[in-house]
Design a protein around this ligand. Sequence first.
Ligand SMILES: [Zn+2]
Length: 127
Amino acid sequence: MRTETVHLPYGLVIVLTLDEDTCVGASVSLLSVEQKEPCAYCGEYECEFNCDLSQVAVSNAHEAGDVSLLDSIESDVRSRLRWNAAWDTLERFVVASACAGIDIGSSEFREAITTVADGISNELGED
Ligand SMILES: [Zn+2]
């Protein structure tokens, strides 16, 4: 088992845990969790708006007949899930690259990851 910590742009810190022989069980964590957006109701990053608190919010909006609130909730959830999925994919790519023998700490790899992270921010970021 080998653990590698790589500091990337955007304050991303990748902690990669790899089995020496296989990539089974390889994992990566982007410690800069502020990159991912949590559910506004339960605070979980993985929530697909199925937590009890978010369901109460939807139910309340339904009861109030507040269509614009429902639209806003739906739109926010969709963009949050897209955003988080993009960063999840980046995590998976880093693991796959390390498993393939690529030096994820190299300046070339860091530059490539920076380009992808820029793309995620530009395409999916709110600003
Ligand atoms: Zn939730």
